[in-house]
Design a binder for this molecule. Structure first.
Ligand code: 2DT
Length: 221
């Protein structure tokens, strides 16, 4: 009888706009997994704790300036720092829950414009450094209208937290979503927290219980 290869754990990514409740829901998902007996690895990008992450953090807080291309590559390098840890975790059977990933990398850098409103960095250029990273098995995109974001107290103080930028980022996420097909799930994040949590759990629970067949796939290869 042919031996069956063991199933691996899923890689779950939560992406979203500012004020969408993304970070809250990522923590809730992690806690719910734990309560139901699954210890996952919780990660977040940018990971501001590494040397590269500290450069990104300083840039986001406008404490330093960096060339647009240079900071884009730092965001990507910050993911590559954890790529082998992610892959090992999935193969060892421990799910990875991740707050933001390469999709934020493309949408935010690709939404930067010059004074004429023209994009500074081409979409394909933004995508290329992330090609080959571990691919998520499911991506939840937490969508929220700018009106709803305002109701929740508006955007914060960091570099990209401006309404025009957030609108371009939102369009760009929708474009990526159309290209990603079935792994991409758009969540109406303007609703009650418990409802959003339920929607996420409904799709995560079976993935975690049943595991995923086959090796970890690579982004955009
Ligand atoms: P948080 O508010 O979630 O800490 O994000 N960003 C993020 C990029 O521009 N490129 C990336 O690759 C990633 C992961 C989105 C901080 C900001 O960093 C942006 C918001």
């Amino acid at each position: 009888m042919a031996s069956q290869s063991p199933r691996r754990a899923p890689f779950i990514v939560i992406e979203g706009l500012d004020r969408s409740g993304k970070t809250t829901q990522t923590s809730r998902l992690y806690a719910r997994l734990k309560e139901t007996g699954t210890q996952a690895n919780l990660i977040k990008f940018p990971d501001r704790t590494t040397t590269i992450g500290q450069m990104i953090d300083s840039y986001l807080r406008s404490a330093s300036e960096l060339d647009d291309r240079a900071v884009h590559l730092l965001f990507s390098a910050n993911r590559w720092e954890l790529a082998s840890m992610i892959e090992k975790s999935l193969i060892a059977g421990t799910p990875v829950v991740c707050d933001r990933y390469a999709f934020s990398g493309i949408t935010f850098s690709g939404s930067k414009v010059n004074s004429e409103g023209e994009p500074l960095l081409p979409f394909e250029w933004c995508r290329s450094p992330d090609i080959g990273l571990p691919a998520p098995d499911i991506v939840f995109f937490f969508d929220i209208t700018p009106e709803k974001a305002k109701e929740r107290g508006g955007y914060g103080e960091e570099r990209y937290e401006k309404e025009e930028m957030q609108l371009r980022v939102r369009d760009s996420f929708h474009r990526i979503g159309r290209e990603m097909g079935t792994t991409w799930v758009t969540i109406d994040a303007g609703r009650e927290r418990d409802q959003v949590e339920q929607d996420v759990w409904k799709l995560v629970e079976p993935l975690v219980k049943e595991g995923v067949d086959g090796p970890v796939t690579k982004l955009w290869t």
